[in-house]
Design a binder for this molecule. Structure first.
Ligand SMILES: [Zn+2]
Length: 76
């Protein structure tokens, strides 16, 4: 099984981890609230876990234009 990090804004794959054992604490997922978990963590049918986060490019763009935070899918 793999853990795949995707940018929630541009859809880019940021990183991929091959994990034999799923350890939520290893991923820092245990620090998320249930709501954040629901928003960020998605389980694929093949057992992969997709984590929706933000890539460097989008983070920079958001940093320069903070109001974009209100628009979830500003890059399309
Ligand atoms: Zn992005």
């Amino acid at each position: 099984m793999a853990i795949i990090y995707n940018c929630r804004h541009c859809g880019q794959t940021i990183g991929k981890l091959e994990q034999k054992v799923m350890d939520a604490s290893l991923l820092g997922l245990n620090q998320l609230s249930n709501r954040e978990m629901e928003e960020m963590v998605h389980y694929s049918r093949n057992g992969d876990i997709q984590i929706h986060t933000i890539c460097e490019n989008c983070e920079q763009a958001l940093g320069q234009h903070p109001h974009y935070h209100e628009l979830d899918f500003f890059i399309q």
